[in-house]
Design a binder for this molecule. Structure first.
Ligand code: ATP
Length: 439
């Protein structure tokens, strides 16, 4: 007895245009003979893989025979797009549906691009959840996914890949995501005639929206004068607003002055802002292109390198590694510069291959080291500060030649300009998956 079916797709766009989330709206148009079950899912995967186009996003949608109270998930032109909380029984013909899905995905993919490897996946049940966890945390090979799909007995799913097989990683991971930890994003899309032209989104309207809708996040970076909701690539997205509550999103989107009418909007459920990509590990467990959460001590003072990047060395009992705050992390670098050897910290970020560094997304100052200064003894005759008489030789007054032992110097703690706590990069430099601290 089937209660609907899932579709997943990925690797359809290129830096020159298109967008896998926009393709979701075309897939919804194609499958209008079915009901949408739940929100379409925008699933972000390992943010460190070198071959991603932008945000390593893939999409999954469930269709079926709607039951329960319908709710709005989108507006296409003047049409309201509704979804249902559950599906009744239906008997889809997966082979036929795969053909239809494949056709619409190919028609809306950057097929001429060498790095675009579209994949479609269709199934009656979610594939094993580990496909999601692997894809969000590890570097996966397409063969591993295909082996998993072929090895699962009793399941019914079909897939197709074009050019390479890489797209299958994202297409299956999106369907495998169960949405336990979730946020939402409403995306407004531009009219086709405007794709590739500059966007104008009203600064004040974004500020006001940010203030009025408290469950939205990562809207605007005021110190860096950056509107975060609006991309700068030639993709079809006009803006996207994220929130923990889906209810706030339609009015939040309506509050934006976009400077042009949106052609479509769609509300996604998402793993954005969940920190799902991070895993606690030790230095010896670091591998390129994964995300790490390390605890250790600062062992070398931070250094600034050309380009405005700041590095410090962190060590735990298994080894040591450089942690980097790059120039785009702006004021966050100021915090990193204030670290001193001995600080106990946690470094959270993606592992870069060459140079081998942990690129910081967050930094927890667990226990700042106590930094001391030495107050030299005063001369008992003239009251002047005594000078060192040489290594291990105590102190001597230059004027009266009086002597004092080394033990008479007093160590005083210095005030540190660094409080314990968790710090994050500014909004303009945040990764889609990073959980904002104010969320
Ligand atoms: P956009 O966010 O604009 O949709 P993108 O950044 O998602 O684009 P894609 O063009 O989809 O980039 O390319 C990402 C590719 O990486 C896809 O083929 C996807 O299947 C694959 N991929 C995703 N996660 C992993 C992973 N953990 N290991 C290896 N490959 C992965």
């Amino acid at each position: 007895m089937n209660r609907g079916f899932f579709v997943g797709f990925d690797d359809t766009d290129s830096p020159r245009g298109l967008c896998t989330t926009y393709l979701a709206t075309e897939v919804l148009e194609e499958f209008r003979d079915f009901d949408i079950i739940g929100h379409p899912a925008l699933v972000r995967l390992n943010p460190n893989i070198p071959w991603k186009t932008r945000g390593n996003g893939a999409v999954a949608i469930r269709f079926g025979k709607g039951s329960g109270r319908p709710f709005r998930v989108g507006v296409f032109g003047s049409r309201r797009v509704m979804a249902y909380p559950r599906s009744g029984v239906c008997s889809p013909d997966l082979e036929e549906l795969l053909e239809r899905l494949d056709r619409v995905v190919l028609a809306n993919s950057a097929r001429g691009e060498r790095a675009t490897n579209p994949a479609v996946f269709i199934s009656l049940a979610r594939p094993p959840e580990r496909l999601y966890w692997n894809a969000v945390r590890e570097l996966v090979r397409p063969a591993e996914v295909v082996r998993e799909l072929e090895g699962s007995r009793g399941s019914r799913w079909l897939w197709r890949t074009h050019r390479g097989r890489r797209g299958i990683i994202g297409a299956t991971a999106a369907v495998a995501w169960t949405g336990r930890r979730r946020t939402y994003e409403i995306i407004a899309y531009r009219q086709k005639s405007r794709w590739g032209t500059p966007r104008r989104v009203g600064w004040e309207s974004v500020r006001e929206m940010d203030r009025r809708f408290p469950t939205t996040f990562n809207n605007i970076d005021e110190p860096n004068r950056h509107i975060v909701i609006s991309p700068h690539s030639p993709c079809p997205v006009l803006f996207g607003i994220r929130a923990t509550s889906p209810r706030e999103l339609p009015p939040a989107a309506a509050a934006i002055e976009p400077g042009e009418p949106a052609a479509r909007s769609l509300l996604f459920i998402s793993n954005q802002g969940t920190d799902d990509h991070l895993r606690r590990t030790h230095v010896c467990g670091l591998r390129p292109y994964v995300s790490a959460w390390l605890r250790g001590r600062v062992v070398a003072a931070p250094v600034s390198r050309p380009g405005g990047h700041v590095f410090f060395r962190l060590a735990d009992r298994t080894g040591s590694v450089d942690c980097a705050a790059f120039e785009p992390t702006k004021e966050f670098r100021g915090l990193v510069r204030r670290l001193v050897p001995g600080d106990l910290v946690e470094a959270l970020g993606g592992v870069h291959r060459r140079p081998f560094t942990v690129n910081l997304e967050k930094l927890a100052v667990v226990r700042p080291a106590i930094v001391t200064t030495v107050r030299k003894p005063r001369c008992p005759c003239c009251g002047a500060a005594m000078r060192s008489a040489g290594r291990g030789a105590g102190y001597r007054c230059r004027r009266c030649h009086a002597r004092a032992g080394a033990e008479e110097a007093v160590r005083l703690p210095l005030a540190r300009d660094l409080a314990g706590g968790l710090y994050e990069v500014p909004k303009c430099a945040r990764r889609h998956l990073s959980r904002p601290l104010d969320r």
